[in-house]
Design a protein around this ligand. Structure first.
Ligand code: G16
Ligand code: MG
Length: 213
């Protein structure tokens, strides 16, 4: 029996990927690192430091420099976050969240981002959620199941009673590793391991999810 829905943030509720992209691009330009949209695509759902490692692609940099670079990227990113408003909620996601709440389901956010709470406040939906887990909540990032298990514990439900909505391969893997049902948002090549896949946020059908999972 499904009792809760756990939503990824970037790529499911809102599209902050573009701001992450621009922020990494600024850093890469300043530090002469190879970066483009194709590399950015690999950073979907990946934590901040792991993202830098993907960009570095084996290039050796000392820890202090890595820390300075990720801090600087985050400073750029946080500037973009100031611009975010309700308009940045994807499609009719807010109506969908409200409907689930009204039907008695618990709703939560499970995001890799350490800025997730700030983003939710900017979107003016922070208070809707029964639990919020972010990049500060657990040590092991997606694809480890820890973040979603932490969320289920906070909601007071069993992992088997949770449905996770994710746009990243690492997030789908994390949900399945947590013994939860996974709904993928995006192309099969990326989220095809999920129990149910929708091409985009707009086509997510909660009646179908409740019927099939
Ligand atoms: C998001 C993004 C990732 C980003 C990560 C960490 O994950 O998809 O690209 O690297 O958060 O963000 P921050 O630097 O703000 O801690 P999610 O899980 O919400 O899709
Ligand atoms: Mg995501």
């Amino acid at each position: 029996e499904i009792k809760a829905f756990i939503f990824d943030l970037d790529g499911v509720i809102t599209d902050t990927a573009e701001y992450h992209y621009k922020s990494w691009q600024s850093l890469a330009d300043e530090e002469d690192l190879f970066f483009n949209r194709e590399v950015n695509e690999k950073l979907r759902g990946v934590s901040r430091m792991a993202s830098l490692e993907i960009i570095l692609d084996g290039k050796e940099v000392d820890e202090d420099t890595k820390k300075e670079w990720t801090d600087r990227k985050n400073k750029y990113y946080q500037k973009y976050l100031e611009e975010i408003t309700k308009e940045n909620i994807l499609d009719d996601m807010e109506a969908k969240l409200e409907r689930l709440k009204n039907e008695g389901y618990k709703i939560a956010v499970g995001s890799s981002s350490r800025n997730a709470r700030k983003v939710l406040k900017q979107l003016k939906i922070y208070d809707m959620f029964d639990a919020i887990s972010d990049g500060n909540s657990v040590e092991n990032a997606k694809p480890a199941p820890d973040l979603f298990l932490h969320t289920a514990r906070n909601l007071g439900v069993e992992p088997e009673e949770c449905v996770v909505l994710e746009d990243a391969e690492s997030g789908v893997e994390a949900a399945l590793a947590a013994n939860m049902k996974a709904v993928g948002v995006g192309p099969e090549a990326r989220v095809g391991k999920a129990n149910l896949v929708y091409g985009n946020v707009d086509s997510i059908d909660f009646d179908e999810i409740l019927e099939k999972l």
